[in-house]
Design a protein around this ligand. Structure first.
Ligand code: NZQ
Ligand code: ZN
Length: 382
């Protein structure tokens, strides 16, 4: 183990914390509030922000879509540049927060912001930002990553930079009250796969990372099993905190990571608009079966410590079945059906995108070649 770890985001967790925005941003700063399609106007979050910012100077930018596009966000980049914005407040789910990170970084760059996603521009400055989370799932509120889509080419790519790490994250579980059931389930699945990407690799003996990952997985499993309790404070608090901890950098420190499920899943979202979490449930079981020989010992550990399975010769296989059953009990499909009726064309389209984006060797062993991805997709696409 050799790593550097820091998480500089101040977490403001609990009921009523939206009011803390007031003291978290200087009244000298000119603020751009960025939000999505309007859910915050219906559930009172917008009014709370307005109240909290009554002594600040602020303007707003709305309309950031789920799976945010460069095309939409570039309009906000122009506003930040022209209006000399000092601080960005992102109010929404992962899409709004990711989108705001792109805006923050692109506003300090004179070229095309997409260069940040292709790696042609290395971020070296960004407008400071804070987040008010309305959908627990991605962990974006306290990490340095963002995933952005270029609609023109159906490319969904990510970037990471410490410059876009939010200064603070307001996490008031009450905002979850208006989330559709589908989004609550997406939150469980996305957070679950985030833990798996950092845990289901090789046996490395890092007991703290493994142990905490297993705690998070057991928590998420319990929340899924107790879905009928979703209208309680306790259920909401546990999901919001678990989803945050799943991708704030801690459990992945000093251990190998996978991320192949995400990278293949992103292509399904880019091509067919599949919800992010649902793209993961489609890819992951087939990917784990494909990589079984490399992941066997960790799957066995998960089977015992997360699912309470008894040691047996085919324990790893049973663990993958249990993961798949977990998705099915939440009515989450593990097969793609959104592609129409030409399976071969769909597989070819995903492979072409992966190739285009340089995804030729994925996973902790770089063992997921395009040929392996093709085998995985053959199982994952209906
Ligand atoms: O746009 P509005 O009207 O706000 O509606 C949103 C949106 O339609 C709605 N919503 C959010 N909060 C709500 C609410 N509706 C009612 N009540 C509330 N309190 O939910 C819909 C989905 O929102 P979105 O932000 O798209 O969902 P999510 O948080 O799952 O974010 C997904 C995006 O995050 C990226 C994904 O690729 C995807 O683009 N990811 C970001 C990561 C990161 N930065 O670390 C990691 C993840 O793996 C992921 O890739
Ligand atoms: Zn994810």
């Amino acid at each position: 183990m050799r790593f550097t770890y820091v998480n500089t985001t101040q977490i403001l967790f609990g009921k009523g914390q939206i009011g803390s925005v007031q003291s978290s941003i200087s009244t000298q700063d000119k603020i751009l509030v960025i939000y999505g399609g309007g859910s915050i106007k219906k559930n009172g979050v917008y009014d709370q922000i307005k109240e909290s910012l009554k002594n600040h100077q602020w303007i707003e930018f709305s309309g950031v879509e789920a799976n945010p596009t460069k095309e939409t966000l570039d309009k906000a980049v122009e506003i930040v540049k022209q209006q000399n914005i000092d601080f960005i407040l992102a109010v929404g789910g992962g899409s709004v927060i990711d989108g705001s990170k792109y805006v923050a970084a692109a506003a300090k760059y004179n070229g095309d912001g997409w260069d940040i996603l292709t790696g042609d521009h290395q971020v070296s400055d960004a407008t400071p930002l804070g987040a008010v989370l309305t959908l627990p799932a991605t962990g974006s509120e306290s990490n340095s990553g963002a995933v952005i889509t270029k609609a023109a080419t159906q490319a969904k790519l990510s970037f990471m930079s410490p410059y876009v790490q939010p200064k603070f994250a307001v996490m008031d579980p009450d905002v979850m009250k208006t989330l559709p059931e589908k989004q609550l389930i997406n939150g469980i699945v996305d957070a679950w796969v985030h833990v798996c990407e950092q845990y289901l690799t090789i046996s490395h003996g890092a007991m703290v990372q493994d142990g905490y990952a297993e705690t998070l997985l057991r928590t998420l499993k319990t929340l899924g099993e107790n879905f009928e309790q979703r209208d309680t404070d306790e259920w909401r608090e546990n999901l919001m905190w678990a989803a945050n901890q799943a991708l704030n950098g801690l459990i992945g420190s000093g251990v190998p990571q996978d991320w192949a499920t995400h990278l293949i899943g992103h292509e399904l979202t880019a091509l067919w608009g599949v919800d992010h979490a649902r793209s993961l449930a489609i890819v992951q079981p087939s990917l784990l079966r494909n990589q079984l020989s490399l992941k066997r010992s960790k799957l066995e550990q998960m089977g015992v410590n997360v699912f309470g399975l008894k040691p047996s010769e085919n324990l790893a296989e049973k663990t993958i079945d249990a993961i798949e059953r977990f998705y099915h009990t939440m009515q989450v499909s593990t097969q793609l059906t959104e592609h129409g009726d030409n399976k071969q064309e769909a597989i070819d389209a995903v492979i072409a995108q992966l190739k285009q984006h340089g995804m030729n060797a994925l996973g902790e062993h770089q063992a997921i070649t395009l040929e392996a991805s093709r085998q995985i997709l053959t199982e994952a696409i209906a």
